[in-house]
Design a protein around this ligand. Structure first.
Ligand code: UDX
Ligand code: UDX
Length: 460
């Protein structure tokens, strides 16, 4: 058996590294049209920052894990082809703003049809709208060159920052396929790969559509919990309650459970918003307006939470941040990743730039160029001197120097009370020194003792 993965990104890279590590006898080739990315995968500077990833890659690279830009050869030689391609929200035409753009998936399916011979199993890993497998299959089957395809849905549930442990020890592996003898054979073949390290009872098989819909539903439920606790955080601020105490109290109810109840400046990442909008589009498409409205609210609440945070900063700083230096600690959408897709920091920073603040940004993993790109700002002014609006700093103390306020936007462990020297941070700042903890990782009492005018999320 040979495996090929199309798409060497946050999903394809770590997933294939784990499969190659666990199945040393199966050659795994990861292909991508982006040669810079592929070269990075061949080096020790991987394009994706993920704890434990480099070790896993090093263990298998050159043995049974290969990276290449030769997409056609990868496809031709493989028995199982994973599609780990982006499925961004459409920005144009019908469904703009909510439907998924399947252009990359379709292009890949056409390429697979074009160059394949014999039998192949195509695995959709990317999150896709329900019934995408059907579209892939129709494209593949339209090419009558005697090739036989089975399409499986095998959604990825790994979370960034914990990808390698999630892959090592998944709550479940979900495989959806056609309920036919050929479909069952394909399901069994893929299940046998995971069964090398995942207990059989955790490998769930369903029909194709249930599998596709389960992925959207799982992400929608997770995001909904965050929007729910964030909604309560606004009420806590109004009433004098503490959202962390509320979350702890309700989380002890075993029916609710303690996870995913951390109030924050809003959820980010490439999946939650996109998948809910996808769900909303599907519901609208099938005329289920009330269901669509219900899920749309989860995204609206998240937008509200981000906006509420930046408004609060401006209001607290005497209603103006014009020309004030604001230190931003953390730009990634969560800790332990260099991924900034849909990061709340982007929205907060944009709001503050609109209010004419000057931003001093520090993140331990995100590259400067990425930050400028996300904020739509040039790194240099027309005369070649560095941007005056945004400076990227090499540590938190530099960012906070002469700043009117510090905003914590990512929950990096290094920003926690006890790790960062908040006294030193305070000493370098303008007074009064404001601190807004968008992740509730600091000890407010200690900060106030130092002299900070500090506030968190949902701390009334
Ligand atoms: C993920 C998931 O796979 C998807 O379900 C989710 O909806 C979005 O993000 P991810 O791995 O995080 O994908 O995306 P990304 O890191 O952007 O990687 C995708 C890769 O595909 C890129 O390296 C890109 O160069 C490559 N690509 C894209 C191709 O090789 N061919 C194409 O035609 C398009
Ligand atoms: C998510 C799903 O968890 C994963 O199963 C799926 O495969 C992809 O989408 P990911 O986006 O990588 O994973 O990270 P996740 O840990 O889910 O966090 C998403 C966002 O929610 C982050 O911005 C995080 O900071 C935020 N979050 C998470 C909260 O604000 N509060 C919480 O309690 C948990």
């Amino acid at each position: 058996m040979k495996i090929c993965c199309i798409g060497a990104g946050y999903v394809g890279g770590p997933t294939m590294a784990k499969i190659a590590q666990k199945c040393p006898d199966i050659p795994v080739t990861v292909v991508d049209i982006n040669s810079t990315r592929i070269n990075a995968w061949k080096s020790d500077e991987l394009p994706v920052f993920e704890p434990g990833l480099l070790d896993a890659v090093k263990e298998s690279r050159g043995r049974n894990l290969f990276f290449s830009t030769d997409v056609e050869a990868g496809i031709r030689e493989a028995d199982i082809i994973f599609m780990c391609l982006p499925t961004p929200t459409k920005t144009y035409g019908e469904g703009a703003g909510s439907a998924a753009d399947l252009a990359y998936i379709e292009m890949s399916a056409r390429q697979i049809a074009e160059v394949s011979h014999g039998e192949k199993i195509i695995v959709e890993k990317s999150t896709v709208p329900v019934r995408t497998a059907d579209a892939i299959k129709r494209i593949l089957d339209a090419r009558k060159n005697g090739c036989r395809f089975q399409v499986l849905s095998n959604p990825e549930f790994l979370a960034e920052g914990t990808a390698m442990t999630d892959l090592e020890n998944p709550d479940r592996v979900l495989i959806g396929g056609e309920r036919t003898p050929d479909g069952q054979r394909a399901i069994d073949a893929l299940a046998s790969v995971y069964a090398r390290w995942v207990p059989r009872e955790r490998i769930i098989t369903t029909n194709l559509w249930s599998s596709e819909l389960s992925k959207l539903t799982a992400n929608a439920f997770l995001a909904q919990r965050i929007s729910s606790i964030n909604a309560i955080s606004a009420l806590c601020e109004a009433t004098g309650a503490d959202v962390d105490e509320v979350a702890n109290a309700i989380g002890k109810d075993s029916r609710i459970g303690p996870k995913f109840l951390r109030a924050s400046v809003g959820f980010g990442g490439s999946c939650f918003q996109k998948d809910i909008l996808n769900l909303v589009y599907l519901c609208d498409f099938f005329g289920l307006r009330e269901v669509a409205d219900y899920w749309r609210k989860v995204v609206e609440m998240n937008d509200y939470q981000k906006r509420r945070f930046s408004r609060r900063v401006v209001q607290t700083l005497f209603n103006t941040v014009n020309n004030k230096r604001i230190a931003v600690l953390g730009f990634a959408f969560k800790k332990d990743t260099n991924d900034t897709r849909e990061s709340s920091a982007i929205y907060v920073c944009r709001d503050l730039l609109e209010e004419r603040a000057n931003l001093a940004i520090y993140d331990p993993e995100v590259e400067a160029g990425q930050i400028f790109h996300d904020l739509g700002q040039p790194e240099r002014q027309p005369d070649g001197t560095p941007s005056k609006r945004i400076s990227i700093c090499s540590d938190p103390y530099e960012a906070a120097r002469d700043a009117h306020a510090v905003l914590i936007l990512t929950e990096w462990d290094d920003f926690k009370s006890g790790k960062l020297d908040y006294q030193r941070l305070y000493d370098g700042m303008m007074k009064p020194a404001f601190l807004f903890d968008g992740r509730n990782i600091t000890n407010m009492d200690e900060l106030r003792k130092i002299g900070f005018q500090a506030s968190g999320i949902g701390k009334g």
